[in-house]
Structure formats: structure tokens, C-alpha cells
Design a binder for this molecule. Structure first.
Ligand code: NIG
Ligand code: FE
Length: 410
């Protein structure tokens, strides 16, 4: 914080005024880069930027921090609009089971997967969960994540879901980056409700949501709409109840099968539909000219060996695309958005420019942060990424697995 001047920037990316709140289709291939530039921040706000030759010089700034960014780029911080950053324990045992031949679905049916995470989280104290999550947020920030959405969904009881959301609330207070909380009580049916699905949905609607409303514990509501999880009708009932207390939907859909969740979520005014490993014509039609952002999670496809989201088809249909990590212990144990950038280029044939728009401006939209994040614009309160010395911006996704983000600057 305080006053910071970054000078001699090789390329200042996405700096400008009057950007649209999301970029769609062909326009995603355009990425403004100001060469040999400076950027000034004051108390976290963008207060000035321009070409070095137009720099007005230092006037009355006392206590100024000066960063020389020669050969380095500055870009808006990545926004990670989809994560499950709060969990009790990693699940590498299931990873080994999958290597030996079991599928993700088979592991889940045996009581592993989300239910495995829920059992462990239910017995962990709020304090310990908070401490573990705080360390993870610090790690994510080192990858360039400057805004973070975090879901509940590993509680699956009233007490444990509320505990998770209280941890997120504490993280909001403790972390220097913007955090959004999403209630995902409908992540899986607990074993004791397998034969009584309505009973669990009633618990979500009649027990969890009232506490969430009373304590202002969530910004969004999510449902895992998928075969063997929540049906489209069940999703609708839960989302309608969430909307009544002001929670906009952001949903998990089309990870393994397309069962009509995308058109329904769009109809219900979802801010985003996330996953989309499977996508059909009806889904694409529903997304056209809608206010719903499709969010693709390529690290999940990478880790589970699923098809990659069809970013090119979406963009060709003049639809925007955002990218996120899906950081969680089961399907995506990495929250590294530099790697997501590489995967989007290598596996989904997005250009580096399209993928960066998807990680910044469109990702900010997918978490309701267009006014403050996603671009370097006057008055925005966003951290920026300072890269290491690199020959070009495309070098970052090209040199996959490398770590080319130097730091976040606030
Ligand atoms: O987004 N698909 C649903 N939820 C998570 C994974 C949950 C888990 O395996 O723990 C996801 O991939
Ligand atoms: Fe997820």
C-alpha cells in the first residue's frame, strides 16, 4: 500500500478506460499493450499510467516506492472466479486409485470424493481450517491471483457448511485481496440422505439459507447439477430459494454430462456456468447474448483426463469465455493460473491474448468485480502483476510449468 510508481515497464497490459464489462467472441483476440510505460498506484488504487515519455515526474509524492520494471510486464491481477480453497486434507490416495484404474465417479460412489472431504472437514475446528486456507491464499497470490472466489460445499451439514462460510468471512477480513463467498451446500447428497433427497434439499433451503442470510455469509449460490448429483429440477428449487435472499447463481454444470443445466441456469439469471467439459448446441444457443459467463476450468480436465472446454466454439459463436482454476483437493489440486493460461493455449487453442482476457476482464465479470478488477483503469482498486524478465508476453503460457510472476503489487 502507500504510493508506488512502476517505471520503465516493457509492456503495460490492458491499461485503458471505457472497457466493456466483458469481451466476447472475436474481440477476445485483441489485447492492448502500452510499451515503455509507467503506472502509479496509491493505497491500492490505480491513479495514473502512460508512456514513459509522457510521465509528468514526481511532484508531491513523499514516501514513494519506486519499482524499475525494465524488461518486465505489468498486467491486471488474475481473478480466480471458481475455487474450493477451504478443505481439511488433500486426497492423493484417490489420485493413486485413479492411476490404478478407478474413475472419479467410481471413487465417489464408494463414499470417496466430496464425501471423503466432508467427513474430514466436519471434525476440523474453524481455527485450523482458517489457518490452512490462509496459507493457500498466500500461495495463490504468489501465482498472480488478485481476487478469489471460494465455495463452501465440503460441509454438507448445517453446522459444517456454516463453519466453512464463516472461515471465508474471516479470510475476507484477513487477506489483502478481494474474496467472494459462494454457498455450495448442494455439492453432493450426504450418505444419510441418499434415499431422502428432498430431506437434504429442505435442509439447505429451510435451515442453511436462513442462517446465511442472517449472518450475511455468502455472495453467490452454487449447485453441482450433474447425473448422480443434483437434477435440473433440484437445482432450480435451490437456486430460486437462494435468489429470494439475494444470492445470484454461479453453478457447476456439464462436467460429465449435459442434462439441461446450462439453459436452466441462464434462464435463472446465473452470473456464470462453470466446467462445461461437455457442451451441446442447445447450451451454446442459451449462452448467446445472455448475461451468463461460461467459465472453463482446464486444470480439472488435465487432472481428471476429461475433454477440455470448447473455448473456440464459444468464441466463434460470439460468446465470451472466462478461465478459472477450480482449485480443490479432488479434481484440481493446483490453483496455479499461470498453468491454466498454458493449458488454455496448448489444449484449447486459445491465443495467449484470448486466454489473458479470459483470466482478467472476463474472470472479473464472473465474480461481480468488473468495477474494480480485470483491467488497469483509473480508479480501480486492483493489484497488478509484475512479471519476471521475459522476452514477450506469450512467453508466459509458452514456458509452461515455469514461474514467471515476480509479485503482486498493491
Ligand atoms: O468442481 N465437480 C464438483 N466439485 C469439484 C470437485 C470436488 C471434489 O472432488 O472434491 C469440482 O471439480
Ligand atoms: Fe468446482
Amino acid at each position: 500500500m502507500g504510493k508506488t510508481l512502476i517505471k520503465n515497464i516493457k509492456g503495460l497490459v490492458l491499461a485503458g478506460e471505457n472497457f466493456p464489462e466483458k469481451i466476447k467472441g472475436k474481440a477476445m483476440s485483441e489485447l492492448p499493450v502500452l510499451e515503455n510505460a509507467y503506472l502509479a498506484l496509491e493505497d491500492g488504487y490505480i491513479v495514473d499510467y502512460g508512456k514513459m515519455e509522457e510521465w509528468p515526474g514526481i511532484s508531491d509524492w513523499t514516501g514513494l516506492d519506486i519499482v524499475d520494471a525494465e524488461n518486465r510486464y505489468v498486467l491486471p491481477a488474475f481473478c480466480d472466479s471458481h475455487t474450493h480453497t477451504i478443505f481439511a486434507a488433500s486426497r492423493e490416495g484417490e489420485f493413486v486409485d485413479r492411476i490404478k484404474g478407478l474413475t472419479y465417479e467410481e471413487i465417489a460412489k464408494k463414499g470417496g470424493g466430496i464425501l471423503n472431504s466432508a467427513r474430514k472437514l466436519q471434525t476440523m475446528s474453524e481455527k485450523e481450517l482458517f489457518e490452512k486456507a490462509l496459507k493457500r491464499v498466500e500461495l495463490l497470490m504468489s501465482y498472480g491471483t488478485g481476487a478469489l472466489e471460494i465455495k463452501s460445499g465440503y460441509g454438507l451439514t448445517v453446522e459444517a457448511e456454516i463453519k466453512m462460510l464463516r472461515v471465508i468471512k474471516k479470510l475476507k477480513e484477513a487477506c489483502p485481496i478481494e474474496i467472494k463467498a459462494t454457498f455450495l451446500g448442494a455439492h453432493a447428497f450426504p450418505l444419510e440422505y441418499r434415499e431422502n433427497r428432498k430431506g437434504y434439499i429442505d435442509l439447505i433451503i429451510n435451515e442453511m439459507l436462513p442462517i446465511i442470510e442472517k449472518e450475511s455469509l455468502a455472495d453467490y449460490i452454487d449447485v453441482f447439477c450433474e447425473s448422480n448429483y443434483f437434477s435440473v429440477e433440484e437445482m432450480e428449487a435451490i437456486l430460486q430459494a437462494g435468489k429470494k435472499i439475494g444470492l445470484q447463481p454461479k453453478v457447476h454444470v456439464n462436467q460429465f454430462t449435459a442434462i439441461g443445466g446450462v439453459p436452466k441456469a441462464v434462464e435463472l439469471g446465473a452470473l456464470s456456468v462453470d466446467h462445461l467439459e461437455v457442451l451441446n448446441e442447445e447450451d451454446i444457443e442459451a449462452l448467446k447474448d445472455s448475461n451468463t459467463m461460461p467459465v472453463i476450468l482446464p486444470s480439472c480436465s488435465f487432472f481428471l483426463g476429461l475433454p477440455y472446454g470448447k473455448a473456440r466454439e464459444l468464441m466463434e459463436a460470439d460468446i465470451p469465455v472466462a478461465l478459472a482454476s477450480d482449485f480443490n483437493p479432488g479434481s484440481t489440486p493446483s490453483g496455479n493460473l499461470e498453468f491454466v493460461w498454458s493449458l488454455a493455449c496448448i489444449k484449447m487453442k486459445m491465443t495467449p491474448e484470448e486466454a489473458l482476457n479470459a483470466l482478467t476482464i472476463n474472470a472479473a465479470y464472473a465474480m461481480g468485480l468488473s468495477k474494480t478488477h480485470g483491467t488497469i483503469s483509473l480508479g480501480k482498486k486492483t493489484p497488478v502483476i509484475l512479471t519476471k524478465e521475459i522476452p514477450s508476453l506469450a512467453y508466459i503460457p509458452y514456458a509452461f510449468g515455469d514461474h514467471l510472476i515476480e509479485t503482486l503489487v498493491f
